[in-house]
Design a protein. Structure first.
Lengths: 180, 146
């Protein structure tokens, strides 16, 4: 009776483990620290890790990179084909479209074997406004003001120079006429 | 005032610098010509005309007293020998400048003229700018028709 009971438990266990087979496939994406806050038009760099131990031979898999805005709209997409064996770790980038508004954006990677999706992973980053470099603005204004100031100084100097030149021309011209 | 201006020019010797504030240079030249004044002896600074003037006429705005002063001094410097300066009419400058500015201009001119031995004759309408005239009387050796 005990033996029958033990065999029964074993069969049940075998059944459960065969129906609940867990895949060892793992996919992750990580936005590099420097690119967690980026400007529209710039590129965002990320690291992608794939662990696929069941895959014992090289296989062509489709990698779909998609970028979504806060509202879930697809704004950029890259599809590529990669040879993947058991493991892959790669750096990649996507360009944030110019004109993208500041906010939270998401990059999603989906790996497909033909039409079948094997795995999906996402990571988020922020698009920020360009910071105004106030020191350059102040320097620019100071430079402009000094140009205007020196312009006024030079204007008076230039006017006098012209007057002196005209007077000389008139007087010398008249005296030359007299000689003739 | 015109007969007095003509009389003054006739009495002065040498080459003249005429600052015309009342009439433009063409009219003044014609007037002097009619009175048989040798206009070739006179250099005109026209402060009245707004358009183009003759090539041998210097055009200065009556609002630019610094430029006018510089122009007069330049003429005095360039003309060698005996020379004189006529300003017709000082009170017109009050339309464009305040009294102190005009007084400063006159002082500047008379100082330079005195250093360079230039006779200065300035005309002004008696009824205008009396306060100005009181300020500038001391810059001149003689004041007629006070």
């Amino acid at each position: 009776m005990k033996l029958v009971y033990k065999k029964f438990i074993f069969v049940i266990f075998l059944l459960i483990s065969s129906t609940c087979a867990v895949s060892a496939f793992a996919l992750s994406i990580e936005i590099l620290d420097k690119y967690t806050n980026v400007l529209a038009g710039d590129s965002v760099y990320f690291k992608m890790n794939v662990e696929y131990p069941e895959n014992l031979e090289q296989k062509d898999l489709t990698l779909e990179y998609k970028m979504f805005d806060e509202q879930g709209n697809l704004i950029a997409r890259i599809d590529s084909l990669r040879d993947i064996e058991a493991q892959l770790s790669v750096f990649n980038s996507m360009v944030i479209p110019r004109g993208s508004k500041p906010g939270l954006y998401t990059i999603t990677i989906e790996i497909k074997d033909g039409e079948n999706s094997i795995g999906k992973a996402s990571a988020s980053f922020n698009v920020v406004n360009e910071e105004v470099n106030w020191s350059i603005v102040v320097l620019g204004v100071a430079f402009l003001l000094s140009i205007i100031y020196f312009g006024f100084l030079l204007r008076d100097f230039w006017r006098r120079l012209l007057i002196g030149f005209k007077v000389r021309r008139i007087v010398r011209g008249r005296f030359e006429e007299k000689k003739d | 005032m015109q007969p007095r201006i003509v009389g003054a020019i006739r009495s002065l010797g040498g080459v003249g610098i005429y600052v015309s504030l009342n009439k433009n240079q063409k009219r003044m030249k014609k007037l002097l010509d009619e009175r048989k004044i040798d206009v070739k002896k006179i250099f005109f600074i026209d402060c009245v005309s707004s358009g183009k003037v003759e090539e041998d006429v210097l055009q200065i705005s009556p609002t630019q007293l610094n430029d006018l002063s510089y122009a007069v001094n330049s003429f005095m410097k360039e003309i060698l020998g005996e020379k004189f300066l006529i300003i017709d009419a000082l009170s017109v400058l009050l339309i464009y400048n305040n009294e102190n500015q005009v007084a400063g201009f006159v002082r500047n001119i008379t100082e330079y003229a005195s250093k360079n031995d230039v006779e200065v004759v300035a005309f002004s309408a008696k009824t205008k700018g009396e306060e100005l005239l009181n300020k500038i009387f001391s810059f001149f050796d003689e004041v007629k028709g006070k």
